[in-house]
Write a protein that binds this ligand. Structure first.
Ligand code: IVH
Length: 730
């Protein structure tokens, strides 16, 4: 068979089949000393793998031709954080910091010259943890996890010499948040010991700290030199301070290690000066930092400022400039995203960029590559900043250039007449006015399908442990999971396979195995895979299958906002998903309203676009999703497998405005529009942008216009700002 004649989809299937067999034969040969095929068959299979990988290099990643790593470790127990552990927004330029302070000023309606004190502290490059004390005793420690739920690492944390096990004069419940890290000196010494013992070498102090804390055996953690800085508060049973600076003093008093460089600054110029000063001293600090964190000092202001999505409005991380390195750009490839966007990426000669080895980098899009004139064969600068995907900055001036200019069309034509998707061969097109190319294959494109599945199971969506990229690609290849609902059928399939057949795959006797595996892998018919238990495949054992099925069962009931986000509708990120969930409350109501809104001219549509931040463009993408018959069917199929939990009941159900739809119009005096909205939402009200029969209150200040007229016409209750404040008891 000729490899170029394979479609990418056929290549994947054949490749997966071969991988499964070669890996098993490898194991039989090395571990069991009992190969069931002769060398010629084995070599032919290996050659065929290499042939396919030469044409489809992306397949080489999960291949025995490149030998892959060890099975995942058993997990830790889970801990639900009483107060979510948030992340921080980033600032890169000084002006971003000025804007941050400006936003705070506007939100709190402070005068242009009113002082806003901030505490500036180094941003430690480690991993964040939460420490819970009850009646002064350390009772539980957890990693951040997804911010809502982390891993229980209590015993491991107890091995840290500087972690207070008991504190005096603390409130009944006190949660302290901070960073576990490894000093540069400890990291170097640890790596030397590891090397001498023939053990794993860590890439940087952060990885070493994470790897050490997440040891299943606390005795191993105890041998690792971990350090701690405390810097934030989680749940507390009573107030402990009125400002962050004051809280840091309290922490020090209780015996927590705090960062001595933390400084209370009176204004934005002072924090920026702090940042530049620390930047200069960075290399000489005993630990790695990747920026500076600024926090509004006053706790009452922090409270009023609250959060947007996953980050507080009252803090920001000012990052240091990206780390750069120079390397050789071996080749440019194209990957297919969840929505069909075709993104070029660079295969690089692996290079260490600020402590992390980088072998791939994004090239964004065609226009960007052209503007920078990046070519395969160039010597380039790559950079990475924090957790962002590494990028190619451009060719190094004065070095030998790659022979040919990059052309997306030519690459997509792959020698043929028309540009096609590299994964499914469907027509590829560049949409007018956009810089992106897209695959038009939709449902038939296996790359889009797998990316959608990966998104579906990902951390902020269904968060199914064990269903990452690798396992999903595998389950997709063998045809077991091709759409989200299939995930929830895995258990039934496994249970329907007779025990005797499973036993066959557990048996070490090769004659039994031989009965089930054809001698020549090229005759392997993928339809047979449908009847095999997962343990028939390399890397799966009873235990790992059981664990995966349990992780899936645990997610059969799911919050509406996660469910909506998981669908992967264009432009529907976490924030929009949350707004939709809070607005429509139940899955069926949301779905029915979306289907009704497809007409565009009716009340359901007007209601949709009245939701904050949902304009015609986002609404258009949501409705395009519902317009497709197959999406509605897939949604039904999926919903039938699940219990979709109603959106969180309004935060304060006892508030008089919980569940009420309110519209603010005209000028407000006591607080800014933004703060008024945030406050109303925290009391469980739904703030909408336009007045309809469903609106409960219109809060009208001076200068109110058409919305007020509309409210009067529809007979909606109109309140003054003061009446509203009285109502919410502010
Ligand atoms: S405060 C609500 N302070 O940065 C804000 N975070 O990008 C809670 N980090 O997950 C975080 N040093 O792991 C804070 N001095 C510091 C920090 C710090 C490092 C990490 C932390 C957090 C991440 C956010």
């Amino acid at each position: 068979m000729n490899t170029p004649a394979l479609t990418p989809f056929e290549a994947r299937i054949e490749h997966a089949t071969l991988v499964e067999q070669v890996t098993r034969w490898d194991r039989q040969y090395h571990a069991e000393d009992a190969p069931e095929v002769d060398d010629a068959v084995y070599d032919a299979a290996k050659r065929r793998l290499l042939e396919i990988e030469a044409v489809f290099p992306e397949l080489a990643k999960n291949s025995p031709t490149a030998k892959v790593g060890a099975a995942p470790a058993e997990g830790f127990g889970k801990v639900r954080h009483a107060v979510p552990m948030l992340s921080l927004d980033n600032a890169f330029a000084d002006d971003d910091v000025r804007e941050f302070v400006g936003r705070i000023r506007r939100f709190l309606a402070l005068a242009p010259d009113a002082p806003i004190a901030l505490v500036a502290e180094p941003k430690i490059d480690g991993l964040s943890i939460s420490l819970r004390y009850e009646n002064g005793i350390f009772v539980q420690g957890a990693t951040r996890g997804d911010g809502t739920e982390g891993e229980n690492v209590t015993e491991n944390l107890k091995t840290l010499a500087t972690l207070p096990r008991r504190i005096e004069n603390a409130p009944a419940v006190l949660e302290v948040r901070g960073e576990v890290y490894m000093t540069k000196a400890d990291f170097m010494a640890l790596n030397q010991r590891q090397e001498a013992a023939g053990d794993k070498i860590f890439a940087n102090p952060r990885n070493a700290a994470a790897g050490s804390l997440r040891q299943l055996n606390p005795a191993i953690t105890a041998t690792r030199p971990l350090s701690l800085f405390a810097y934030a508060m989680g749940e507390v049973s009573e107030p402990v301070a009125d400002s962050h600076a004051h809280f840091l003093e309290k922490l020090t008093g209780w015996g927590f290690p705090t960062n001595q460089l933390a400084t209370r600054c009176d204004d934005v110029d002072a924090v920026i000066a702090f940042y530049h000063n620390i930047g200069e001293r960075r290399a000489g600090l005993p630990y790695d930092i990747d920026g500076v964190v600024y926090k509004v000092d006053r706790f009452d202001w922090q409270q009023r400022l609250g959060f947007v999505s996953r980050s507080p409005r009252w803090a920001i991380a000012h990052k240091f400039p990206a780390e750069q390195a120079r390397t050789f750009l071996k080749a440019i490839h194209i990957s297919v995203g969840r929505t069909g966007v075709l993104t070029p990426w660079a295969e690089l000669e692996p290079v260490n960029v600020g402590g992390v080895v980088v072998g791939q980098a994004t090239l964004h899009n065609e226009d960007d590559i052209r503007r920078k004139d990046i070519r395969a064969g160039d010597t380039v600068i790559v950079q990475r900043a924090g957790d962002v995907i590494p990028q190619v900055v451009g060719p190094v001036p004065g070095t030998q250039r790659g022979p040919t200019e990059f052309s997306m069309v030519e690459m997509l034509k792959a020698g043929g007449d028309h540009p096609v998707c590299p994964a499914c061969g469907s027509h590829a097109e560049r949409i007018e006015g956009e810089s992106a190319w897209r695959c038009t294959g939709g449902l038939v494109c296996p790359a889009q399908a797998t990316e959608r599945l990966i998104h579906f199971a990902s951390r902020n969506a269904f968060d199914i442990e064990g269903l990452g990229e690798r396992n999903l690609a595998f389950l997709f290849h063998i045809g077991r999971v091709t759409k989200p609902a299939d995930i929830f059928r895995l258990k039934a399939i496994e249970e329907s396979i007779p025990e005797e057949q499973k036993a066959l795959w557990r048996s070490p006797k090769k004659d039994k195995l031989a009965q089930a595996i054809p001698k020549n892998m090229l005759e392997f018919n993928t339809s047979r895979l449908g009847t095999l238990p997962l343990i028939a495949f390399e890397g799966w054992k009873d235990k790992s299958v059981e664990k995966l099925l349990k992780a899936i069962e645990d997610r059969r009931s799911i919050a509406l906002e996660r469910f909506i986000y998981a669908l992967g509708i264009r432009q529907v990120g976490e924030t929009t998903a949350k707004r939709l969930a809070r607005h429509y409350i139940s899955f069926t109501h949301w779905r029915d309203q979306m289907i009704a809104a497809v007409d565009r001219e009716n009340e359901a549509y007007h209601e949709l676009v009245s939701i904050e931040d949902i304009g015609p463009s986002v609404a258009g993408d949501i409705l395009s999703f519902f317009e497709e018959e197959h999406n509605r069917e897939a949604l039904k199929d999926l919903a039938d497998q699940l219990t979709i939990l109603d959106a969180q009941a309004p935060v304060a159900t006892n508030s008089p405005v919980a569940g009420k739809a309110v519209v603010f119009t005209g000028e407000l005096v006591a607080m800014t529009r933004q703060e008024a909205k945030a406050r109303a939402e925290s009391l469980g009200a739904k703030v909408v942008g336009s007045v309809s029969k469903k609106t409960d209150y219109v809060i009208a200040g001076p200068g109110a216009g058409s919305k007020l007229t509309e409210a009067e016409k529809l007979g909606v209750t109109v309140l003054t700002e003061q009446e509203w404040l009285d109502l919410i008891n502010a």
